[in-house]
Structures are given as structure tokens and as C-alpha cells.
Write a protein that binds this ligand. Structure first.
Ligand SMILES: Nc1nc2c(c(=O)[nH]1)N[C@H]1C(S)=C(S)[C@@H](COP(=O)(O)OP(=O)(O)OC[C@H]3O[C@@H](n4cnc5c(=O)[nH]c(N)nc54)[C@H](O)[C@@H]3O)O[C@H]1N2
Ligand SMILES: Nc1nc2c(c(=O)[nH]1)N[C@H]1C(S)=C(S)[C@@H](COP(=O)(O)OP(=O)(O)OC[C@H]3O[C@@H](n4cnc5c(=O)[nH]c(N)nc54)[C@H](O)[C@@H]3O)O[C@H]1N2
Ligand code: SF4
Ligand SMILES: [Mo]
Length: 711
């Protein structure tokens, strides 16, 4: 312990709840919730048990290198491991050119690390091949938000606005499980008399708390939103003066929704005309109203248009920029899901949301970096496309993964694992031996949250200082130090400082004048307790908690309607695959589970993967609660324990994606990509559901956890 207690933030989700860490006399660490503006001392089960990650027996303490091809991973010195990585990079680039080396980043990285990884790809590797797991997360909302408002800031207003909304429509979002401490904002609103409506194919914990639950067929939200806009037009509920003064393009949208007759939409979605009408009337007549969307809306092959459909409804009702308690927002998910998408680890992007394809943007960032703009590569391909081409002539031969576990979390994951195995060389930096690290040629052990300083940006665009509270184990290096050591060996070390404050100061200059302007936010201002939201262009600027009040950051200052119409789903149920599979999260585990499956308390609370199904469906296929069920899609099959719940639609089953191996649901999911955001279709695919024990020969119990995990 450096000194205690130290104020830091949770290692997991975007809420970044305030945590205090102190060391007890016996050397153990005490973790408590801190009175932070967001969580007010409350933590969910994951954050409350996060200290179990510190000093964990499976923590990686030394680099690992693979002994020959196919041999085991063995401990090695840092010099040996780094030299091997650089030799592989040099060989691949000499043979195949700079783009033969790629980087795959993550939205859990601090702003400093995300920035540095993007710079490392462009300046040290000179490759166009970098993307990150945020492409799997909210990229569709980012695309739709940018198209409509000229900027992507998840929530363009603070969480504190939620209780101010008289009506809240929460679509494809389950914060009661995914961000439990945020539920107090909703509870405060309901106490004031607000009306809350949840749209989800499952009766989630969030839907339980709401007044109304609309339960559509998965992947029909676009029709639902268009149907509701059709009703708004027909009933004269459109805010005409707002539309005239603050938007463009409404006529085309009005024409586009003309054929979305409510009774037709009812047949497609399963949501009744009465439910739609009541919801639209409530939103339109409320003093303040808010539409919030999340992964249930976005993780589809038409996720950008689907998000746009909800934005179109919000614009027609005059919500964005109306003032406190009104608007549209997307609830970003990963620890630094917001900041992770702003600073250049995305294929087409430079820091501050600048674009690699824009000459002025290139010139600005190249000047900050001290390199020639012509030296910077062009845009690369998106995350799944990068993974899909690994080891091919058109693809990357050497991949560096930092802060993601795509063997578990990517769609069509068995294929992704095959592609990773086809690489000449895989390098993973992690603090545990994730399923992806298990396939690597070199694993570099890195520091974790409480062992390093850095900043995170939460879903409201608020920048937070996450402080170092404990010493890292000897033998472990921070990601910034690892990038520096690699850059040194590539002859570019001077460009890569390792002090997070220094990196942050540079990030501020690189983002200055950009859409996500951090120039005025400093570690010192944050340490002094200032609450700062970007854009914040100067050291005396107060930051921007609430955007769009006067105008939108588009060329003409107006928000843009975009007409969107439903497209046929990439795959439709048929006799072989008659039901719909949807996927998402459970309360006790985080993402690919690398961290939470190693927490004894969380493993005890939620030991194994499961499939939620309706008792009637269970009856039809002949399984009882806790029986083993086989789910199959054209890509593979998994066996999971049944959890019967009347809260799910009869035609739909739900599986959380936190487990790998034999219980990894991503062996089933589809990699159909949204044409704009390149977001995969995680949330819906046709599936066959049958009792597992009808198939003798597969009597293996679903373990889900890898061999390396505690039993
Ligand atoms: N416990 C826990 N919390 C987390 C995480 C975690 O792994 N575990 N991860 C964090 C991250 S990275 C993220 S992105 C967030 C995600 O947070 P959420 O978006 O709240 O989580 P999901 O469970 O992915 O999806 C939300 C809901 O979408 C519904 N859904 C599925 N298909 C459809 C559809 O077609 N239409 C509609 N309207 N709804 C649909 C699902 O039933 C689910 O309840 O959570 C963050 N918080
Ligand atoms: N079927 C299905 N699949 C999904 C989703 C879904 O809803 N359904 N959701 C998608 C979404 S929204 C997301 S965000 C992705 C997330 O999926 P992943 O990208 O796999 O995310 P994590 O499991 O958080 O993986 C982070 C890894 O990096 C390590 N790590 C954490 N912090 C750091 C760090 O600072 N440095 C380094 N070097 N390593 C670190 C962790 O130990 C862990 O192994 O999954 C996607 N996959
Ligand atoms: S809600 Fe998110 S940030 Fe808060 S304690 Fe839970 S996992 Fe951590
Ligand atoms: Mo996410």
C-alpha cells in the first residue's frame, strides 16, 4: 500500500463507481464504496468483490514465451520476450509490408493507454491495422449519434438528469443488472412520479421496476420505433416548431414511416397498437422526456439504423437539447467505453475524434506527434474484419492484443480462434492468462486498475482520475512501459513517454480543437475535485455537462433526421433453427469473464453459464429446470443448464456470454456486420433448442471455465 485509504475507481463497467482501498494490519486490502457523485458509496456485487483480483494466485508475474510451435508457455525474461516480439514484427513487415502487423485494443484501457496504443500503431508500427472491442459494443450508437448530432457523446447530459425526466423510455438496456448503482437515478424519478417504460424481449430486473414493459420480438426495434413515429405523426404529436427550428430532413422520415401502419408493426413486433400509442402519447405530452438505448438496440446487423429510428422519434418529439431531463442517449458499457472510442484506437480515427482520412486532422496530430503527416498510414478495417483475415494474404500476420479476450467475446468465436491460430505470431498483454492469452506466442504481464494512475471517461463524458492505490507485483510492467520498450526496439522509443500525466498532456494537445476536446481537462484539475465533462477546450473552461442546448455541432447547427426502413434479418428462423437466440449479461460476471470468473465470491454466486427459456418452450422440447439443453446454430452447438423463467418470450432464449470453452455462446452467434458501424449481430440469430441428454455421447457437464481456473 502506498498510503491508505486511497480514492480510486472500480475495475469494471462504465459507471466507474468510486472505491476506497486501504490496507489492513494483516496485509489484506479493504475495499469500500466511496461517496462519489455517481455511486454515492454503493457498489454492485462485482465492484464490491474487486479486491479479490489484487494479489490473486493466478496473477501473471512474468512474461511467458511459447517453447517452439505448439509447445507450452514458459516463463522468460522481459528482454527475451520483447526481443521475440520485435523479431516477429520485423520479419513480418520485411516480408509483407507494414500492414502485416496489427493491434487489437479495448475499451477498458485508460484514456492514456488507448491514446498511446493508437499512436504506437501509426508511429512505431506504421500500420493501418488497428481496431478494438468497442466495435462490438456501442459503435452503432456512435455512428447514429454522429450522423444525427455531429458528435458521439454517449449521454449528452449527466446521469443526474434522469430523475428530472417525467417519462423515460429505456430500450434494450438492463441497468438493474449491468449498472445497479445507477438505478438510484431511476428510482428518484419514479418517486417524483415519473413514468418508466422498458422495451426488452425479456422481463428483466429493470423491466420489473418500470411501470410498463413492451416485449418485442428480438431485432424488431426499427419497426417499433418507426411505428411509434407513424402514430406521433398521425395524432399530431410532432413538435413542429422544434422540428422547423432545430432539425433538417423530417419530410423524408415522415414519408419513410408512412407505411409503418401500427397494426402491421404490431404483427412484426408483438407490441400492441395500444401499448405503442400510450407510450408515444406519454413521451409527447410530458414536460420532460428521455429515450435511452443500449446494446439490445445496437448489437444488430442494422444497429445503426435501429438506433437512428429511436433518435428520429426523439427528434420528432423535440427532446434533444430541450434542457434538463430531456433527450436521447446511449448507455455506454465498458470501463472506459466512452474515452476508449475517442483517442485513436479505432481503425479510421485519430485522437479527439479526428479522422485519418482528413488532411487537416492528419496535419494537426502529426505536428503534435512530431512526425511527418505523410508518414501516417490510412484507415484500416474494423475489428471483426481484422480478426476474420488474420494469417491470410490480405490480413495481419502478427497481432498485438491489449485489453480484450476475443476468443470468448467475438462473434463466431470458433472461427476467430482458428484465425488467431493461423497467425505467424500472437502477442497478448494481460494480467491473467485469458483464453486468448492461452493461444499466444508471447504473453506480457501488465499492471491492473488499482496499480496505476490514469483517466477514464464515463458515459456522460465526465473524465475521472483513477489512482494508483497499491504497488504492482515485481516483474509486471504497465501497458505504457510495454509500448515504450517495444518502440525502443523499433527505433521509435523517444515518441513514447511512460508517465500517464505526460501522456495525458499530449493527448490534450492532440485533441485540442477536435470534437472531443480534452485540452482544458488536466490531472491536476481532476485531483482538485473539479467535475469536468468534455468538450473542455481551455484550463479555465468549466466543461460541458449538457450539450445541444443552443445548437448541434453539425455544419448548420441543426440535428439531422435520417430515413431508415427495416431490412430482412441476415438469418431467419426455419424448421431447423426455429427459435431466436439473444445474448447479453448477467449481474455477477463481467464480459469475457477473465476477471470475474477468477473471483471466488462471484464464482460462488454465479458458478456456470445457463440458458433462460420460457416454461412453455421447455415443455414443448421436453426439458425441466436445470436440465441440460443443447443450443445449435449453423456455426456450432453448446450445452447449457436450463433456467426456466416466464419473463422471456416463448420464441426466444437468452444466454449470457461470460463463459468460454464448452459454454461459450459466441460459438453460436453470427458475424453479420452492420454496413455503417461494422458492429456484429450479437443479439439475434435463429437457434435450435433440444434436450442435451437426447444425444448420448455428449455427457460432458458444461464447465465453461478454462482448465486454469479454480474449481
Ligand atoms: N454485470 C455486468 N454488467 C456490465 C457488463 C457485464 O459484462 N456484466 N458489461 C458492461 C458493458 S461492456 C456493456 S456494453 C453494458 C451493456 O449493458 P446492457 O445493454 O444493459 O446489457 P445487455 O445484457 O447486453 O443487453 C441489454 C438488454 O437487451 C435485450 N435485448 C436483446 N435483444 C434485443 C432487441 O432486439 N431489442 C431490445 N429492445 N432489447 C434486446 C436483452 O434482453 C438485455 O436485457 O454492461 C456493462 N455492465
Ligand atoms: N454474445 C455476445 N458477445 C458479446 C457481447 C454480447 O452482448 N453478446 N457484448 C460485446 C461487448 S459490448 C463487449 S464490450 C465485448 C467485451 O469483451 P472483451 O473485449 O473480451 O472484454 P473483456 O472481457 O473485458 O476483456 C478484457 C481483457 O483484458 C484484460 N484487461 C483489462 N484491463 C486491461 C488493461 O488495462 N490492460 C491490458 N493489457 N489488459 C487488460 C482483462 O483481464 C481481460 O482478459 O464483448 C462483446 N461480446
Ligand atoms: S456498477 Fe460497474 S463500476 Fe459500479 S461497482 Fe458495479 S461493476 Fe463497478
Ligand atoms: Mo460493451
Amino acid at each position: 500500500m502506498t498510503a491508505g485509504p486511497i480514492a480510486t475507481h472500480c475495475p469494471y463497467c462504465s459507471l466507474q463507481c468510486g472505491i476506497s482501498l486501504a490496507s489492513r494490519d494483516d496485509g489484506t486490502i479493504e475495499l469500500t464504496g466511496r461517496d462519489d457523485p455517481i455511486n454515492r458509496g454503493v457498489l454492485c456485487i462485482k465492484g464490491a468483490n474487486a479486491a479479490e483480483l489484487l494479489g490473486h494466485p493466478e496473477r501473471l508475474g512474468t512474461p511467458l514465451v511459447r517453447d517452439g510451435r505448439g509447445g507450452p508457455l514458459l516463463p522468460a525474461s522481459w528482454d527475451e520476450a520483447l526481443d521475440r516480439v520485435v523479431a516477429a514484427i520485423r520479419t513480418a513487415q520485411a516480408r509483407h509490408g507494414p500492414d502485416a502487423v496489427g493491434c487489437f485494443g479495448g475499451g477498458g484501457l485508460t484514456n492514456e493507454k488507448a491514446y498511446q496504443l493508437g499512436k504506437f500503431a501509426r508511429v512505431a508500427l506504421r500500420t493501418s491495422n488497428i481496431d478494438y472491442n468497442g466495435r462490438f459494443c456501442m459503435s452503432s450508437a456512435a455512428a447514429a449519434g454522429t450522423r444525427a448530432f455531429g458528435v458521439d457523446r454517449g449521454m449528452p447530459f449527466p446521469f443526474a438528469d434522469i430523475p428530472e425526466a417525467d417519462v423515460v423510455l429505456l430500450v434494450g438496456s438492463n441497468p438493474a443488472d449491468t449498472m445497479p448503482p445507477a438505478m438510484r437515478f431511476f428510482a428518484d424519478g419514479r418517486e417524483r412520479g415519473a413514468l418508466h417504460v422498458v422495451v426488452d424481449p425479456r422481463r428483466t430486473a429493470t423491466a420489473e421496476l418500470a411501470h410498463r414493459h413492451l416485449q418485442p420480438v428480438p431485432n424488431t426495434d426499427l419497426s417499433l420505433a418507426n411505428g411509434m413515429l407513424h402514430i406521433a405523426v398521425r395524432e399530431g404529436l410532432v413538435d413542429k416548431s422544434y422540428v422547423a427550428a432545430r432539425t433538417t430532413g423530417f419530410d423524408a422520415v415522415r414519408r419513410a414511416v408512412r407505411s409503418d401502419w401500427p397494426d402491421r408493426v404490431e404483427r412484426t413486433t408483438g407490441v400492441s397498437v395500444a401499448e405503442m400509442t400510450e407510450t408515444v402519447r406519454a413521451l409527447a405530452t410530458a414536460r420532460t422526456a428521455m429515450i435511452l438505448t443500449a446494446r439490445g438496440v445496437e448489437q444488430h446487423a442494422d444497429g445503426t439504423d435501429t438506433t437512428q429510428a429511436w433518435i428520429n422519434l426523439a427528434l420528432a418529439l423535440g427532446l434533444p437539447g430541450r434542457g434538463a431531463g430531456s433527450g436521447w442517449g446511449t448507455v455506454t458499457g465498458q470501463g472506459n467505453g466512452q474515452g476508449g472510442r475517442e483517442h485513436g484506437q479505432k481503425a479510421d480515427q485519430l485522437p479527439g475524434y479526428r479522422k485519418l482520412a482528413n488532411p487537416a486532422d492528419r496535419a494537426h496530430v502529426a505536428a503534435v506527434w512530431g512526425v511527418d503527416a505523410d508518414e501516417l498510414p490510412g484507415p484500416g478495417v474494423s475489428a471483426y474484419e481484422l480478426l476474420d483475415r488474420l494469417g491470410t494474404d490480405a490480413g495481419v500476420r502478427v497481432l498485438l492484443v491489449a485489453a480484450s479476450n476475443p476468443v470468448v467475446s467475438a462473434p463466431n468465436a470458433s472461427h476467430v480462434a482458428e484465425r488467431l491460430d493461423a497467425l505467424d505470431f500472437l502477442v497478448v498483454t494481460d494480467f491473467f492468462l485469458s483464453e486468448t492469452a492461452q493461444r499466444a506466442d508471447v504473453v506480457l504481464p501488465t499492471t491492473q486498475w488499482a496499480e496505476e494512475d490514469g483517466t477514464m471517461t464515463n458515459p456522460e463524458g465526465r473524465v475521472l482520475l483513477r489512482r494508483k492505490a497499491v504497488e504492482a507485483p515485481a516483474g509486471v510492467r504497465g501497458d505504457l512501459e510495454i509500448l515504450r520498450a517495444l518502440a525502443d526496439r523499433l527505433g521509435r522509443g523517444e515518441y513514447f513517454p511512460t508517465d500517464p500525466r505526460e501522456v495525458y498532456a499530449e493527448l490534450g494537445r492532440a485533441s485540442s480543437g477536435g470534437t472531443a476536446d480534452y485540452a482544458g481537462i488536466t490531472h491536476d484539475r481532476l485531483a482538485a475535485g473539479e467535475e469536468l465533462f468534455w468538450p473542455c477546450p481551455t484550463p479555465t473552461h468549466p466543461g460541458t455537462p449538457r450539450m445541444f442546448l443552443e445548437s448541434f455541432p453539425t455544419a448548420d447547427g441543426r440535428a439531422r433526421f435520417v430515413p431508415v426502413t427495416p431490412r430482412p434479418a441476415p438469418e431467419r428462423p426455419d424448421a431447423d433453427f426455429p427459435y431466436l437466440l439473444t445474448t447479453g449479461r448477467s449481474r455477477g460476471h463481467y464480459q469475457s469473464g477473465t476477471q470475474t470468473r477468477r473471483s471466488p465470491s462471484l464464482q460462488h454466486a454465479e458458478p456456470e453459464a445457463y440458458v433462460e427459456l420460457h416454461p412453455e418452450l421447455a415443455g414443448v422440447i421436453g426439458v425441466v429446470d436445470r436440465a441440460r439443453v443443447r443450443l445449435s446454430t449453423p456455426r456450432g452447438s453448446v450445452v447449457l443448464r436450463a433456467r426456466l423463467t416466464p419473463g422471456i418470450r416463448r420464441d426466444t432464449v437468452f444466454v449470457p456470454f461470460h463463459w468460454g470453452g464448452a459454454s461459450g455462446v459466441n460459438a453460436l452467434t453470427s458475424a453479420a456486420l452492420d454496413p455503417t458501424s461494422r458492429m456484429p449481430e450479437f443479439k439475434t440469430c435463429p437457434v435450435a433448442v433440444e434436450p442435451a441428454d437426447a444425444h448420448p455421447g455428449d455427457e460432458r457437464a458444461p464447465t465453461g471455465s478454462s482448465a486454469a481456473l479454480p474449481s
